[in-house]
Every structure is written in C-alpha cells, then in structure tokens.
Design a protein. Structure first.
Lengths: 254, 254
DNA sequence: TAGAATTTGTTCGTATGTATG
DNA sequence: CCATACATACGAACAAATTCT
C-alpha cells in the first residue's frame, strides 16, 4: 500500500509496486494491466495519480499505453547477438523461436557515395538492393536494407526472393561462408515509415546498425543498414575466447 | 547560386552548396541552420525545394531535422569500440582527444536482484557503487553506474576518487588485467536526470548498455549500466581491431 | 500556466520538362 | 506527333512540435 509519510511521491510508490509485480510475474509480458480506474481504487488514490505512475513506467519502457485499448506490460526483449557470425534465421532458430522475413524491395540500383565507400566499389557502380522486415513469432523486430555489389551478386534478387534468407542467397552466388566485419550502433527516433514497419509508435526510439560483411578473403560482400525495435530487441556483444584466440589476432592478448 | 540551366536539379545544387559550407566551417557541428523559409529566400526557390535538399542531407546523415526546433548540423560522432578491451580513458586517448570524468556518487550499498545476478553474488551483499560522467573534449559522452563486489573491492571508492579511472582503481585492488565479458545494448528515452547529465534534450534517445567485466580467472568484477548520448556517440563492434575502417555514412570523417 | 510566435511536417493543387513507346 | 509516366518546382493552407513571453 502507499504511504503519505514516505519521502517518495505517491505516484512513484505506485510505479515501484507495479514494477515489482511485473518482475515477480504477477503481470507477465504482454498482459493487460488493470484499468486506471481499477488501480485508482486499489491504491485509494485519484486516477491522475495512477496516470502519473503509468506515464513513468512508459518512459522506462516497462509498459505500453494505448488510448482506448488499455495498458500492456512490455513484452520480453529478444537478445540479438552481434558477432562474427551474425545470421538472423540461425540466431532465431537457436532460440527456438519462429523467424520469418517480409520482402519490401528487391532491385538493382547505383551505389551512392556511402554504399560505394563501404563496399569498396566505385561511385555509381551497380548494386543489388534488398529491403526486408525481420519477423520473430509474427512480431517485426527489424527492418533492414542490404547492398551487394551487382557485378558479383547479380543472382541475389532471384535467390533472395525464393529463400528469403541473405545467407542462402549468398550461397547461391557462390559465397559458402562470410563473416561480420564491423557493426556501428546508434539510437535514433524512427521515421513514420520505419515505425509503421516495426509496428511501434514514433515516440519510441530504434537501434540503428550499419554493418559490413566480408567473405573469407576479406572482400566486402554486403553493406547493411538495419533498424531494430528497441522495445523488443537488445543487441548483445559477447566475447568468445575460443574464437578470438584461434581466428583473430588480438595483440593485447599475446 | 542555383542555376536553372544546370543539368542537376535545383534541390541537389542547394544540398551540395550547404554540404560545402558545412565542410568549410561556415556551419559547424551542432550549429542551427537557417530556417527553411530563410534558405528559400536566399536561394530564391520555394520552401519545398529547400525541404527536398534538407531531406537528402538528413539521409546522408549530415543534418538533424527537428520539428518545431530547427535543423542542426550533425555533430561528429565519437566511435566507441565495444570489445574485450573496453576502457574509456585509453580509448579516448588513442583518438588524441581529452578524456575526463566527473564523479557523481561513490558509496557502499546492498546488491539488488539485478546487481546480484550479474555479479554472481547473493542478494543484499555489500557492493561498491560508482557513478560518474565520462567527458570528451568537455562534452559529456556517457553517464555510468558501476557495481563491484565490496568484499573484494573495498578500496575502490578511495582509489577511484584519486584516479577517476576504473582501470586504475581496479589495479589498486590487485586486478592487473580484466576483460569485457558481455555487453547488452538497447535504446531508450532518457530520464530528465540523465538528459541533464548528458546535456541533451529529453526528446533525443540514448544508448543504454549493460556490461559485465571479468578478471583473467573469469570471475565477475564489475557490472555496469551506461547511458550514451546517441547524438555524439556511436558504438562500434569490430571483429578485427587492427584494421581501421572508415566511418560509415559520415563523410566528414574521411 | 496559458497563449503567441516560430519552425518543421503534411496535403492539397497547378504547371513544366523529359524520357518512353 | 501523341499519350503516358515520372521527376521537378511553385503556391497556399493547415497541422504539429517547440520555445518564449
């Protein structure tokens, strides 16, 4: 129960109480919380006080408030590992969840300065552009644009359309294996279009990653820009001692 | 001035002109550009035409457009590498920039469930809490809270107060070397307090990282939660730290 | 705290030039 | 030469977000 003698404001006490209950499984991810009026009755406070608490929980990303529908406990974060072997379908399968992709665009375009720099090809050179939404358990988690040098990956469009997998499409073009060279991560607010694709409000931030994949000879085969729904995704960087020592030279480890 | 006889469309000429001016210091990183109306007057075109140019500059990552506020030159992003050896002072020094820290809190507290789980100690066990702002060239980059098991790191508070460096303070406690075990990355909106510390508006997202550091025997020695100003910082995960790759989408860094 | 002023965002409509078939 | 499609450019009005008084 809330206390008026406590130094904490009442709305904060309510927020903490609800947070505890979410932590302890009273309310589970995806559940609808009781209505504001119900909670107001329970805590013996005005509905405005409950609203203040809810608002703070939303800021913390713990709940999602939807006008006319209700308030819902934020669904659990999906860990998305970033490392040398970053492959969507495989990652999600290993978590025993259901991966899927929705193709948005697949066409050949000319490399703008950014793409040309990251793929190490000349400006205006033809590149294959693939844009797709990554879905886990029917929830969109990211929307990504991939660029591949068209000279080497002319068949990508057809291959991706049939397999809906970058890894498979690359294999069809003769790339048996590849690895992530670098990943740059920033946080931005989504455009309306991206928010729509991710089925999230424009008021929640997204994680933007820019990545470069290379083949085993070190040649760039893909440059990609992805936007992750940060409410549902968490990027994870883990060090793997085995891989580091056997594959990568790290002077500081010697 | 723009030319109607030029083969390039007017909006592209305007974008190029503004890009040149940003490159030449007419507008510096963080500056507010003239309003769309002002630029429309200057170039003697309709506001739509200026907007088309602005939109292209935003796609290139050169400006940030904020409804109701204005358009601002993108400040230079500091690459912050995430890897086995993630050490603030060293990282910034290597970039020939000036690192600094501001201590906010240094005290001994009891481990809450999250801290105890991540440090692998029992709930309520004493831990050393350090909260500090990381500053580069007098601009705040991140605000971080570090937790260390008090049993082993009693001297951390005093050591950190004198050195203002986690690495140095750990060394004073007998840890000669350590490495990053894992880093989890999400994007959130900052609380007012964090926004104040980072000197940024509450409307711009922050990158939140949760990290665990271990000593060379694999025992957890630190659990940390950091908030990075995403407008000034870009987290970078590279598979080969030797190879220095050009920054993506930030032409000014070439 | 309420409202005015400022600035970007959106949606109409209109007109013109260019490439294609 | 014509029809169509598309990109470019201008004008006006209003919506939405922010800042300032």
């Amino acid at each position: 129960m809330v206390s008026h003698t406590n130094t904490d404001p009442i709305w904060r006490q309510i927020a903490s109480t609800l947070e505890d209950e979410m932590d302890n499984g009273v309310y589970r991810p995806g559940d609808q919380l009781p209505t504001e009026s119900t909670l107001a009755q329970r805590f013996q406070v005005n509905r405005h006080t409950v609203r203040r608490a809810m608002s703070s929980l939303q800021e913390l990303g713990r709940v999602q408030i939807e006008q006319g529908r209700g308030t819902f406990v934020q669904s659990e974060l999906i860990d998305y590992p970033i490392g040398e072997r970053t492959r969507f379908t495989q990652i999600i399968n290993e978590k025993k969840r259901l991966p899927a992709k929705t193709l948005l665009r697949a066409e050949q375009v000319r490399a703008d300065p950014t793409v040309s720099r990251n793929l190490g090809i000349r400006k205006g050179a033809p590149v294959v552009l693939l844009e797709a939404i990554s879905v886990v358990d029917s929830q969109p988690i990211s929307v990504a644009t991939h660029y591949h040098p068209a000279k080497r990956f002319e068949g990508m469009i057809a291959a991706f359309k049939t397999s809906l997998s970058v890894t498979e499409a690359l294999k069809a073009c003769g790339v048996d294996d590849y690895k992530r060279f670098s990943t740059k991560i920033t946080a931005t607010m989504p455009t309306r279009q991206i928010a729509t694709h991710l089925q999230q409000p424009t008021t929640r931030p997204v994680l933007q990653t820019e990545s470069i994949d290379v083949d085993m000879d070190g040649r760039a085969i893909e440059y990609g820009v992805s936007y992750f729904a940060s409410d549902r995704t968490q990027l994870v960087v883990e060090s793997d001692p085995l891989e580091n020592h056997s594959v990568i030279k790290r002077p500081e480890d010697q």
